[in-house]
Design a protein around this ligand. Sequence first.
Ligand code: NAP
Ligand code: MG
Length: 409
Amino acid sequence: MVEKKIDVKNTIVEIDGDEMTRVMWKWVKDELLFPYLNMKVEYYDLGLPKRDETDDKITMEAANAIKKHIVGVKCATITPDKKRISEYKLKQEWKSPNATLRAALDGTIFRGPILVKNVPPAIRTWKKPIYIGRHAYGDVYKNQEIRVPGPGKGEIVFRPEKGDPVVLTIQDFKGPGILQGIHNTDASIKSFAKASFLFALDRKMPLWFSTKDTISKTYDGTFRALFQEVYDKEFKKQFEDAKLEYFYTLIDDAVARIIKSEGGMLWSIKNYDGDVMSDMLGSAFGSLAMMTSVLVSPSGYFEYEAAHGTVQKHYYKHQKGEKTSTNPMALIFAWTGGLRKRGELDNTPDVVDFANKLDAASIETIESGIMTKDLEQWANPSKSNKVVMSQDFIAAIKKNLDNKLKGKK
Ligand code: NAP
Ligand code: MG
């Protein structure tokens, strides 16, 4: 117990989710947050049943709430597919809530590993964290697709407000096939570039940026050119003063170099590349649950989330009454990320201090050998290693947190 709770001055938007992460989300709040904080939250239930009930309006309401209150914290949510339609008896296959939120807020998702001393990265050369900057707007996440039934001409058309349309043939189909149209905007790419340069400067890391502009000369070529333009105009001097490098290279070259690097860079990549590569990095640094994720919007909104999904298989066990050893670290760090930002914006150092202490208490729990099952096989072998169930893991963190808070005058 704590004698006096810490006041969080302004509202945090809380976005609840599904399955095992929803279950752990509540445990984290009940054990690690609400006993210590007077916190005003505006709650949005993005659990699939509520999205279905509100015809997904709740997702846009949550996005608007982040625009109003600036800081949001999000649990993992189900993106429905055919199986989920029958499982949840859905009215329709609702869109990915993450895609809706990202389209509404725009911006860049920064993902980085939560490093603990006793779980070394799978890649021997990595000594420092590698951050991913994932563009969160457009490309295949906001596309149109056609299942081509048979012979015919597939075209791409742009109709300007004034002047003649531009029409290009993609393929003369001789038989069935597939077609896809994607887009991006200069404004979003420039804000992606700006957010990346700012994040790199803030963390004192070099920025790597990579696309496939040798093949996609106009689409990816524009990403490359706009990054260079933003760098030359706004960041060159600051990077040189800070002795940091801006490095552009092809995506395949970057992949090969990252694996052999020491780490310690921000690697900005397009939306799909970031989706795939952040899972690879998260897992190579120990577990998908050992990764922080924040969406930074160009308008100055922040949404903190877990990078992993709802851990469906564990949830089915939980429903049968079995205890699971699911890792809540990413959920805890979503909350501490949101609290730290709230504290910075509100100028309340005690809130920032609480977030830092909770982070430290969580990391030290794992470093003391108490960990969830996902980490066990990667952790350095030690007699003090002990795999515990989620609730016992949270209880161990709470004990560490209490000790840290007592140490405060
Ligand atoms: P997932 O929930 O990330 O889980 C995949 C596997 O990774 C799990 O089965 C588990 O492995 C391991 N894992 C992930 N998080 C873990 C954690 N915190 N602790 C321990 N192990 C963890 O991905 P999924 O099963 O592909 O997707 C499930 C649902 O999540 C889908 O409906 C999908 O739409 C949704 N999803 C949501 C988000 C989001 O909202 N951010 C992101 C991705 C997916 P073991 O089973 O081997 O233990
Ligand atoms: Mg992914």
